[in-house]
Design a protein around this ligand. Sequence first.
Ligand code: ADP
Ligand code: SF4
Length: 698
Amino acid sequence: MDRDPRYDILFEPLAIGPVTTRNRFYQVPHCNGMGRFYPNGMVAMRGMKAEGGWGIVCTEQCDFQADADIAPNTDINLWDEGDMPRFSNMAEAVHRHGGLAGIEFAHNGQEVSNLYSREVPIGPMDRPANYGRVPVQARAMDLGDIRAYRRSHRRAVLRARDAGFDIVVVYAGHDGTMPFHFLSRRHNQRCDEYGGSLENRLRLFRELIEDTREAVGDRMGLIVRFAVDEMMGSDGLEWHAEGREAIEMLAELPDLWDVNVSDWTNDSKTSRFAPEGYQEDYVAFVKQVTTKPVATVGRYTSPDAMVSAIRRGIVDLIGAARPSIADPFLPRKIEEGRFNDIRECIGCNICVAWSKMAAPSRCTQNPTFGEEWRKGWHPEMLPPAPDREHVLVVGSGPAGLEAARAAGQRGYRVTLAEAGDDLGGRVTRESRLPGLAAWARVRDWRTHQIGKMPNVEVYRSSHLTAGQVLELAPDHVAVATGARWRRDGYGHFSTTTVDGSDAPHVLSPDDIMDGRRPPEGPVLIYDDDHYYMGNVLAELLRAEGHDVTLATPSAMIAEWAGQTLEQHVIEERLLEAGVELLPRHQLLAVDHGEITTRDLLHRRERRIPAAGVIMVTARLPANGLFHELVAESGSLRDAGIRSVRRIGDCHAPGIIATAVYEGHRYAREIGVESNADALPFRRERQVVEALGAAFTSR
Ligand code: ADP
Ligand code: SF4
């Protein structure tokens, strides 16, 4: 299909100083949990973005000296020549597919504790280093330190040029880098020429930009990445005050302004808390104060919204991190007029969570993300099926849908049977809960793809028994029958069941999603799951008029949602809605009309009125069909069924991303003899020095 002329503007080349991007798709720097520890994975992932049509593909933030050591995080580092190969590989991987390779340098100053390097952190002030409340203080930089820091930044920029990079990003954003700390009144109370007036506080940022221009400006494009608003009112930078003045003062220095809001929790909001394009209000002024091109982010996945942002004069380039993770081929799909094939980011921040946990990132929508090198998975291509065998997939949740789709793409004859009237399993059910509508994209993209495949047949309202599976006699069976929430209170913290939890007024999230409701009166939600379900149900029941108390044994409400950058927003929303919050409370017993908790701080028991109790603790796999089938090995053989596998929540209940990944993996591995002794992927290895060298003391 040809490109619709409405979208031509997205494919106009644009000069970024001395280099030219082929189109308006700019993969902004983004963490990926691979970086310095898994560089081959990082390189292959970036190359895939260029293959998918992104005009500019950047590294994540890259630190460049030992006193900016971001351990235990994995972001890439360029400390000396020895680090160069991974960078030249990345530049080459991007160039191979016609993209420009960009590198973002960052010194995190007082944000790091230098856990690995043991160097003393540096920053504008003497103050506690911020990372993880580690008992480490940063030292105020003197003028000599500032000169040394600038020299080191310049050296890193030259190395990036030598590694083949086309673009360098000077970065002051996210409340996390040195020039931003100097700029911030909160962090900078110096009395020298780097403190006081805005001009002084901007001095270091200006110097870094000018140093970079002088060093490589004739060869490399110079992007300045800057957060214009900290979303904390006058306590921080505001776009209509110093945010704007800063841009006015530096207006013509960069080749491109990449502007956003700070900190990371505001920049990468989830779909539960912000719609597509939500940063536009903050950055719309930038084009009025500079003649240089401008880019921003905002989880753009719709080509119309992208065109509109350019036509309305907000931006010249569409910046994207998450949309490029969910669909590395987004630009090519727009170019080829295949809009419905775009795998839209659902805004869940699972990608963020894994990189925050210092592990290779993963994506709910794109199961191949992070697997490009270690498993050799391509997001668009799967190997053809060796023959047209028949695969039966039982259950159409995210695992079953992805298994059926990917097996269908490989050319298998696929039957997908779903017990319910609707496809999508938990995704359909959960997307009806407050704020989670965008999650339905997991289902919608897959059902659309399956709809185009004549070799995939879908049967709704078809609850299959083991006998029916045997009658159908496929070659392979994937059991993707999901999981059910427990009602008995067993969870992360509570390893025994709760007394009285078998009472009829104790409900599970499944009961609520099935339409059941607690009796009139106060409701207690017990959250020993620590992610979204407890607080989403609290929002729902509160909106329906219940008095809701959310109790959790954790010291924090929705503790794990800190990894998805949502924890504090969830807390705020619940408090605004009038939900009573009870952290550090373990549920001990459910009685008629009340419950007993133990306050884990004061070690006191407490009785709280509760007409209804919702247990959000753990799930059990719905694996009955699987066990029935594998118990019948003779019948399986007689029916010609060669393999039966359980996938997704039926295998082990987890997040939606895991179910999609399992479905995808299944489809790739159909018919492959499993070898429990073999490693499931290629590994990245550290180089080990010869014994003599390794242990020579210096
Ligand atoms: P996952 O996250 O692993 O994909 P879900 O719970 O989202 O799991 O989906 C499981 C789906 O399987 C549900 O839609 C459920 O209705 C369906 N299902 C469960 N048992 C059967 C069965 N015996 N036959 C057909 N479909 C089933
Ligand atoms: Fe988007 Fe979620 Fe994938 Fe991240 S993990 S790119 S937020 S779909």
